[in-house]
Design a protein around this ligand. Sequence first.
Ligand SMILES: CC(C)(COP(=O)(O)OP(=O)(O)OC[C@H]1O[C@@H](n2cnc3c(N)ncnc32)[C@H](O)[C@@H]1OP(=O)(O)O)[C@@H](O)C(=O)NCCC(=O)NCCS
Length: 180
Amino acid sequence: MVIRSERLELRELQVADITPAYIGWMSDRETNRYLETRHSAQTPESVAAFVARVAAAPDEFLFGIFLPTGRHIGNIKVGPIRPVHGVADVSLLIGDAACRGQGFGTEAIRAVSAFAFDNLGVSKLSASMYLPNEGSTRAFLRAGFVREGLRVKHYDLDGERCDLVELGATREDMFKQKER
Ligand SMILES: CC(C)(COP(=O)(O)OP(=O)(O)OC[C@H]1O[C@@H](n2cnc3c(N)ncnc32)[C@H](O)[C@@H]1OP(=O)(O)O)[C@@H](O)C(=O)NCCC(=O)NCCS
């Protein structure tokens, strides 16, 4: 499965796509500061097991985010999909630090969301992030998600309680409004 957007190609990730750079992102403090993966060691074996599990899962879709040059700069995931409610989570990382702040995160969120609404039977997408993760919140808001709530002191962040921002989007939120 391949999704193309203006500057990106999102390709369903396979174990063969795993590079030392990708393994490195997962252990990089700047990258994993707000990721749940920081709680366990990220090794070539554990990353391969994760990619293989999701590739085989019928209700989860993990896409590698690639530049037209073929450079792998991050990943974005949709799922698990809950068919009864037509809802799914979206999460992402732009692992290649040189590629952050260029709108790639926003572009990937919009592309994968359109794909989910059109092809996965999803009516509503959700995303959540630690309150201080301003980059993530802004990327989702800019992509067309709206803020729905705040789970107060919900997670532990470096030994302190931390609020969790809850965002959501319907197709109408994202694609039937005027340009933001
Ligand atoms: C969060 C992340 C996905 C954002 O992707 P990105 O491609 O850098 O974001 P974009 O370039 O699309 O930027 C979107 C907006 O966020 C802002 N932004 C990006 N990074 C920021 C940061 N660290 N601090 C504050 N604002 C930031 C941009 O300026 C832009 O703002 P604008 O709408 O006013 O123009 C990326 O920084 C990342 O992967 N971080 C590490 C992993 C992570 O935290 N993932 C999310 C878990 S919920």
